[in-house]
Design a protein around this ligand. Structure first.
Ligand code: FPP
Length: 243
């Protein structure tokens, strides 16, 4: 069991229910040290575990990590292989989260992943189904546009089956058919490493999210940086289109 975490968030801060994290900057982190990009991903993966634990200690209920996008297949094969190996390794280790009462879920199109990986994903999801201290969501082969496409396909099938008509389609229905069904919308999206874009992450789910950017590269992003993002979140005035 990992040692307890001492958080330092000032009292009275609202903790976002759902935080999304784009783990960017692994490649640059490695390059700065004259090492191959995959070393950056290895450090990034270690950090994903540390930040998951920190988020739980802060009382975050849902945290989604963008681990591999539908576009990431375009990377050199050895880099893709290295990332897939890390998934396998961490899917075994993620079982430790079970001891910590953390539910694990995956979003994205699994059909392109290896059978071993798909089996491990399924079994981790099943074994952690009843855990409720926090939900850890891993976006693997995930794309926001693909997510919406996936929802539309389900809905069209319901129409073909004669269960619904065009007028029955609502925002709720689209939402319920996304990979994130039953996961609340994102409140805060964090992107380290200096880029300021969403890159096809949770595009539907972050319609009213606050965005937090920092120049820190993902492997160097610490619990204190997560707290800084939450402090910035508390300074925003969320109006949801009102005044
Ligand atoms: C973006 O940094 C990072 C990725 C595309 C991969 C993220 C994957 C991991 C951290 C490894 C495994 C994760 C888990 C959950 C076990 P980049 O390579 O685009 O960095 P750069 O912009 O500096 O090149």
């Amino acid at each position: 069991m990992a040692k307890p975490i001492k958080t330092t968030l000032p009292p009275g801060m609202a903790v976002p229910v759902h935080i999304g994290v784009i783990m960017d900057g692994n490649g640059r982190w490695a390059k700065k040290r004259g090492m191959p990009r995959k070393v950056g991903h290895r450090e990034g993966a270690k950090n994903f575990r540390a930040i998951t634990r920190y988020a739980k200690a802060l009382g975050v209920k849902y945290i989604t990590f963008y681990a591999f996008s539908t576009e990431n297949w375009k990377r050199p094969q050895d880099e893709v292989d290295a990332i897939m190996e890390l998934f396998e390794k961490y899917l075994d280790e993620v079982r430790d989260f079970i001891e910590e009462n953390i539910r694990v879920r995956f979003i994205g199109d699994r059909s392109m992943l290896s059978e071993t990986l798909q089996k491990k994903m399924k079994s981790v999801e099943e074994d952690s189904l009843d855990f409720d201290s926090m939900t850890l969501v891993l976006a693997i082969n995930y794309g926001g546009r693909d997510d919406i496409c996936h929802s539309v396909k389900n809905i069209v099938q319901m129409a073909i089956d004669g269960k619904i008509k065009a007028d029955d389609v609502t925002e709720d229905m689209i939402e319920q058919n996304l990979y994130t069904e039953e996961i609340p919308a994102a409140d805060l999206i964090i992107r380290p490493s200096g880029e300021q874009r969403l890159s096809n992450f949770l595009i539907w789910q972050s319609a009213y999210a606050e965005f937090y950017y920092t120049n820190i590269l993902w492997p160097d992003f610490r619990g204190k940086d997560l707290e800084d993002a939450i402090i910035a979140f508390n300074e925003r005035n969320r109006r949801y289109g009102g005044v």
